[in-house]
Ligand binder design. Structure first.
Ligand code: UDP
Length: 345
């Protein structure tokens, strides 16, 4: 047989991207965006919180990011041109109770992936790395909007576990030439525009899914945590960004890294938000407007560790990636989240 004919794996290898956590909420949307941009997302996920049915855009490798041998085998089999790393534990409150789990999965898991990238590198070339980071690295900022150079002072192990990975990426850039971008998300929200994927979590804690459950009667009410904040209506302000916009930012980051030359910084962190803040009351009012239904709600004390306002300055991401949010108006966020919620039993 002629060696000019590649095997199916190598034939597609130029477009394969390994996506850890690709069966989860943001990871699955990134896979959808990768597919739309002509890549093949190869999902690496242990399905503890991810869902098999969310893997619709490429193959699934069932594996745990703490398993270095499994990671290396996946890279050797699929020869990805880059890694997008989403797999993580993400519950802030739980991270305070179980910090060992968070450092094990989030920090050591990332180390294992980077190690697998190093050990499978060819000719010293490390494939680039897009990292799912978080606004939690800023802790309680002195003001908003927040730019990337604000102090990094996480107030919980979740934020610490992610920030430690950012530090690793910076050190690996200097020592090994690893090219990476850390994307610091503000409040991810909404579901895919075609209603094919969304948040699968049956016990959500985030504002919009909780409010939708209250509206649909699957929980008694929305508890509004804090109405005495120094904000216009007294409720806390956040920067909600549609998950489809997060997804396209990941593809833009990937492409930025793939075409990087020596003038491009080997590591950078970028905020992903809209720059527009919305209060809890404004979100609730939008949900009522879009659905035509009432959100039963009651007022409660502030939740521990919640800052009054978290709004991104994301001009750096917009400039560097030539990206901007397209679907993050509150109507689209609520409409897609509501449509998706109605598909869950
Ligand atoms: N929030 C609320 N009730 C809830 C969940 C959230 O009042 O059941 C508030 C929360 O205090 C914060 C905002 O909604 O001010 C967004 O919270 P979420 O948990 O969605 O995201 P976070 O900003 O904490 O990452």
């Amino acid at each position: 047989m002629s060696t000019q004919h590649s095997t199916p794996n190598t034939q597609h290898a130029k477009r394969n991207v390994l996506v850890t956590g690709g069966a989860g909420y943001i990871g699955s949307h990134a896979c959808q965006a990768l597919k739309a941009a002509g890549y093949t997302p190869v999902v690496f996920d242990n399905l503890t919180t991810g869902h098999r049915k969310a893997v619709q855009f490429g193959p699934l490798v069932e594996g745990d990011i703490r398993d270095g041998a499994a990671l290396k085998a996946a890279i050797e089999q699929y020869q990805p041109i880059a890694v997008m790393h989403f797999a993580a534990l993400i519950a802030v409150g739980e991270s305070v109770e179980k910090p060992a789990d968070y450092y094990h999965v989030n920090t050591l898991g990332a180390w294992q992936i980077l190690n697998a990238i190093r050990e499978t590198s060819v000719g010293g070339h490390l494939i680039p790395f897009v990292f799912s980071s978080t606004a939690a690295v800023y802790g309680i900022p002195a003001s908003s909007p927040i730019s990337e150079d604000f102090p990094h002072q996480p107030i919980n192990p979740y934020g610490q576990s992610k920030l430690m990975v950012e530090h690793m990426l910076l050190d690996y850039a200097h020592a090994y030439g690893l090219r990476s971008i850390a994307l610091r998300y503000f409040n991810a929200a909404g579901a895919s525009l075609d209603n094919s994927i969304g948040l699968e979590n049956r016990n959500p804690t985030h504002l919009i899914p909780v409010a939708l459950e209250a509206l649909l009667g699957t929980r008694p009410e929305l508890q509004i945590f804090g109405s005495d904040y120094p904000t216009p209506d007294g409720t806390a302000v956040r920067d909600y960004i549609h998950v489809a916009d997060l997804a396209t930012a990941h593809v833009a980051a990937l492409e930025h890294l793939l075409k990087a030359d020596n003038s491009t910084p080997a590591h950078m962190a970028l905020n992903l938000g809209t720059g527009q803040g919305l209060s809890v009351d404004e979100i609730t009012a939008s949900i009522e407007r879009v659905t035509g239904k009432v959100v039963p709600a009651s007022k409660h004390p502030r939740r521990a560790g919640d800052p009054p306002a978290l709004v991104a300055n994301s001009t750096k991401a917009q400039t560097v990636l030539n990206w901007k949010p397209e679907h993050s108006d509150v109507e689209t966020i609520v409409r897609t989240a509501y449509a998706w919620r109605q598909t869950l039993s």
